[in-house]
Design a binder for this molecule. Structure first.
Ligand SMILES: [Ca+2]
Ligand SMILES: [Ca+2]
Length: 83
């Protein structure tokens, strides 16, 4: 018998806690501090203090180190980020 806490249940629990802690907020406004039109990890972590490097990397679909509006929308659609 394996322990009850599998990686899958751990991920589900984490996702649920992210959603419950952020649903009270209105849609998050992310400030493009350096004005380059995309959001880097620093800008994202200001708007989303709980974002991890893993989550940021998962959102950065073209792996350029910046989150574009399209990548941000995709993250919302995939529920990687709660608004
Ligand atoms: Ca920026
Ligand atoms: Ca990108």
């Amino acid at each position: 018998m394996k322990p009850m806490m599998t990686p899958v249940t751990t991920l589900t629990f984490l996702a649920a806690s992210v959603i419950t802690t952020t649903t009270a907020m209105a849609e998050t406004q992310i400030e493009d501090t350096n004005g380059n039109g995309t959001f880097d990890y620093i800008e994202m972590s200001i708007a989303f203090p709980k974002i991890t490097a893993e989550e940021f990397t998962a959102m950065d679909l073209d792996e350029d180190g910046e989150i574009s509006a399209e990548e941000l929308q995709a993250a919302y659609d995939a529920e990687v980020l709660a608004k």
